[in-house]
Design a binder for this molecule. Structure first.
Ligand code: S3P
Length: 162
């Protein structure tokens, strides 16, 4: 499939950069978190609380299958944990890792956004999973873009490489 798949940690700009990129390239924009929420009829935060993380990861696997069979010509923003459950994104499209430092994330995420992201409730824990995931994102991406830069610069960089 000829999609552009954005991966990276929570707050790395996958959705905002993805939306702008889709507009620029006249492609559809798809967000896996939003797809899962609409399919399940529940917010992710509530899904984690009611059914647990394992259930959510299963939803991510199903979402990936569905996208692989049905979606092309789209920019796909993935949930930050999706690369931990998906072996290989290459069947879906070109995979770009938006790489940011943990400090940049802390500056970017406002209080209400922490609230939306259950795994960010504890900053120490978030830092730990950030360190565990970095090599996973690197391994599962075709391209890495430094996403510590300003939004316009990140967009320009991703757009020129996508
Ligand atoms: C998660 C990231 C979130 C969302 C869920 C779990 C993670 O998506 O899928 O809260 O495990 O990193 P964003 O990366 O879009 O915030």
């Amino acid at each position: 499939m000829n999609n552009i798949v954005l991966i990276g940690f929570m707050g790395s700009g996958k959705s905002s950069v993805g939306r702008a990129l889709a507009k620029e390239k006249e492609m559809y924009f798809v967000d896996t978190d939003a797809l899962i929420e609409s399919f399940e009829g529940q917010k992710i935060r509530d899904m984690f609380a009611d059914k647990g993380e394992t259930y959510f990861r299963e939803c991510e696997r199903k979402c990936f299958e569905w996208l692989s069979n049905n979606v092309s010509n789209a920019v796909i923003s993935t949930g930050g944990g999706m690369p931990t459950v998906i072996e290989d994104f290459s069947s879906l499209g070109k995979t770009i890792y938006l790489k940011v430092d943990f400090e940049t994330l802390l500056e970017r995420l406002k209080a209400e956004e922490f609230d939306k992201r259950p795994l960010f409730a504890d900053v120490k824990f978030a830092r730990k999973i950030f360190e565990i995931r970095e090599p996973i994102y690197t391994q599962k991406s075709e391209l890495i873009v430094d996403a510590n830069m300003k939004f316009d610069e990140v967009l320009k960089e991703v757009s020129s490489k996508a």
